[in-house]
Ligand binder design. Structure first.
Ligand code: NAD
Length: 481
C-alpha cells in the first residue's frame, strides 16, 4: 500500500487524512499552523465537523495517523502527497495560488525518490501543470516526481460520509504509474462501487469548478424565480417543489432564500469566471457574472426587507439574528451570507444580537461589533425584528409563542423559507418569506393579524401545503465544497 501524506489540515485536509487512515493507510499530515497540528495530534478537531473527532482519535490510537511540522519528514515518508492547502479569493476574483506554490516549493527539495503529488485543492485549469514543472525543476528526484489532480467534492457538515463514500472519484493523471498509485489509495471505495473516472489534468481541474458553477447556477436560478414570484403574486415554494419533481431537474439546490456563501461556491464561481475571462470564453463569463450578481442581490433584498419592516430606517432598531454560519452543521463563516447581512444591518445603525449553535466564536472573530447571545431567547430579548438567516434544525423547533413573549414586536423574516409560517402566524407573528411576499413594497401576504392577507398566507404557505414541503428542497446554504 502506498504511504500517504496530507499537506494542509483544514476542513478538507484533516478529513481526508483521517478518512484515508480509517481506510487502512499509513498517513502523515503537515500544516504550517502550529496550533492546528498540536490540536489534531492531541485528538481535537480545530473546527466543527460532525463525526470527525471520534474518527481522528480512533486513527491516532491505531498509530496509522500522525502529524508533523517538518517537510523533510513528509518528503521521506510519502509515496503519494495530497496537496490540500487553501486557494482563497485573490485579486479581481482570481484564485490566490500562493499557498499551493508555497507548499510545493517547501516539499520539492525533500523529494529524493519517485513519488506522486496529488492535488485536491480547487484550482484554475492549468495549475497542475505549473506545479509539475515547478517541482520537477527543484526536486532531487527530478522527472521521477509526478503530479495528478484529484478534486474533492465533500460538503462541510457531511465531510466524513462524503469522503468515505463519495459520489465519484476523479483522477486527472499524466501517467499510468500515477493512475495505478491512486487506484491503490482508493481501492476500498472503488471496490464498494464508487465510480472512478480517469481524465487528463485539465479536465480534472475543470470538473470541480464546473460542478460548483452548476450548483451555484441552480441556486441563483431558483432565487431569480423567487424574484418573479414576488412581483407576480406567486409562491416560489410550491413552484420549486413542482420543478423538483421533474427528474431532469431534481429537487436538490432548489431552495429559494438568501443564496449561497461559504469558503467554496462564491470564490470558486469568481475564480472560474476570471479563468474564463483570461481564456476569452465570454459565454462562461456572462453566465457566472449573472449567477454571482443574483446571489449578491439576495443579501440586498433581505437588508431592504428588514429596513422596510422597520419603517424605512434601521437606526436604533434591535434586530435578533438566528444563524450566522454559512450553512447549518458548520462553524464556517467564510463569505457567510448571514454574517454579511448582519454587518450591513449594523452599518445602518441596527443593534444586532446574534445566535448560532456553533459558529459564534468564528463569527465573533470576524465581526466583533455584534452582540453574541448564548441562547435564542437571549438574542431575541426586546427585538423589533427577528431574522432567520441559517437553517439550523434547532430553529425549526422554536416555539413561536414562547419567543413572542420576549420580543418587542412579533415580526420575523425567514430568509431561508423553511419555517412553518402557519405556526408563527397563529402565535401572532408577522412572517415575511422571500419569494412569497412583496414586503419591500409594503404588500404583506403573510400577516399575523388574522386579516384577509393572513388567511391567504395560510393557504399559500401554511398547513395546507403537502407534507414535507417546508424546506423540502434541501438547505440552500449547503456549499458544493
Ligand atoms: N472546505 C470544503 O468543504 C472544501 C471542499 C472541497 C474542496 N475544497 C478546497 O480545498 C482547499 C482547502 O480548503 P479548506 O476549506 O480545507 O481550507 P482551510 O483554510 O480550512 O485549510 C487550508 C489549510 O492549509 C494550510 N496551509 C497553508 N499553507 C500551507 C503550506 N505551505 N503547507 C502546509 N499547510 C498549509 C493552512 O494552515 C490551513 O490549515 C481549497 O482549495 C478549497 O476550495 C474545500
Amino acid at each position: 500500500m502506498p504511504r500517504v501524506t496530507v499537506i494542509g489540515i483544514g476542513y478538507l485536509g484533516l478529513t481526508h487524512a483521517v478518512c484515508l487512515a480509517d481506510l487502512g493507510h499509513e498517513v502523515l499530515a503537515i500544516d504550517v499552523d502550529e496550533e492546528k497540528i498540536a490540536k489534531a495530534a492531541n485528538g481535537e478537531v480545530p473546527f466543527f465537523e460532525p463525526g470527525l473527532e471520534p474518527l481522528l482519535r480512533k486513527n491516532l490510537d491505531s498509530g496509522r495517523l500522525r502529524f508533523t511540522m517538518s517537510f523533510a519528514d513528509i518528503g521521506d515518508f510519502g509515496d503519494v502527497h495530497f496537496l490540500c492547502v487553501g486557494t482563497p479569493e485573490g485579486e479581481s476574483g482570481r484564485a490566490d495560488l500562493g499557498f499551493v506554490y508555497a507548499a510545493a516549493d517547501a516539499l520539492a527539495p525533500h523529494l529524493a525518490s519517485a513519488c506522486l503529488i496529488a492535488g485536491k485543492s480547487t484550482v484554475p485549469v492549468g495549475t497542475a501543470r505549473q506545479v509539475l514543472n515547478r517541482v520537477r525543476a527543484t526536486a532531487p528526484a527530478g522527472q521521477a516526481v509526478d503530479v495528478a489532480w484529484n478534486p474533492e467534492f465533500l460538503r462541510e457538515g457531511f465531510a466524513v460520509q462524503d469522503s468515505l463514500s463519495p459520489d465519484r472519484i476523479v483522477l486527472g493523471v499524466t501517467s499510468g504509474r500515477a493512475e495505478a498509485l491512486l487506484r491503490e489509495v482508493y481501492a476500498t471505495p472503488a471496490a464498494a462501487g464508487v465510480p472512478l473516472l480517469v481524465t487528463d489534468l485539465e479536465t480534472a481541474e475543470l470538473v470541480k469548478v464546473a460542478a460548483n458553477a452548476f450548483l451555484a447556477t441552480k441556486i441563483s436560478f431558483i432565487n431569480a424565480m423567487a424574484e418573479i414570484c414576488e412581483e407576480a403574486g406567486a409562491d416560489v415554494i410550491p413552484l420549486a417543489e413542482a420543478l423538483g419533481h421533474d427528474a431532469r431537474i431534481g429537487r436538490r439546490f432548489l431552495s429559494p432564500g438568501l443564496g449561497f456563501g461559504g469558503g467554496c461556491l462564491p470564490k470558486d464561481v469568481r475564480a472560474f469566471r476570471a479563468t474564463a475571462s483570461a481564456l476569452g470564453v465570454d459565454s462562461v463569463v456572462s453566465l457566472l457574472t449573472t449567477v454571482d450578481a443574483i446571489n449578491q442581490g439576495r443579501r440586498d433584498r433581505v437588508v431592504a426587507l428588514a429596513r422596510d419592516t422597520a419603517g424605512g430606517t434601521l437606526a436604533g432598531q434591535r434586530v435578533a439574528v438566528l444563524g450566522v454560519a454559512f450553512k447549518p452543521d458548520s462553524d464556517d463563516v467564510r463569505d457567510s451570507a448571514s454574517l454579511a447581512v448582519c454587518a450591513r444591518l449594523a452599518a445602518e445603525g441596527a443593534i444586532v444580537s446574534v445566535h448560532d449553535p456553533v459558529a459564534m466564536p468564528s463569527a465573533a472573530k470576524k465581526q466583533p461589533g455584534l452582540v453574541y447571545a448564548h441562547s435564542v431567547p437571549a438574542a431575541a430579548e426586546g427585538a423589533d425584528l427577528v431574522l432567520h438567516l441559517t437553517e439550523w434544525s434547532d430553529y425549526r423547533a422554536i416555539d413561536p409563542a414562547a419567543l413572542a413573549r420576549v420580543v418587542a414586536r412579533r415580526v420575523i423574516i425567514d430568509a431561508r423559507c423553511c419555517l412553518d409560517a402557519a405556526l408563527w402566524t397563529d402565535a401572532g407573528w408577522t412572517v415575511h418569506m422571500l419569494g412569497r411576499s412583496r414586503g419591500s413594497r409594503g404588500t404583506k401576504l403573510l400577516e399575523g393579524s388574522g386579516g384577509q392577507e393572513g388567511s391567504r398566507a395560510r393557504g399559500h404557505a401554511g398547513r395546507s401545503r403537502p407534507k414535507g414541503m417546508s424546506g423540502g428542497t434541501g438547505p440552500q446554504g449547503v456549499s458544493g465544497g
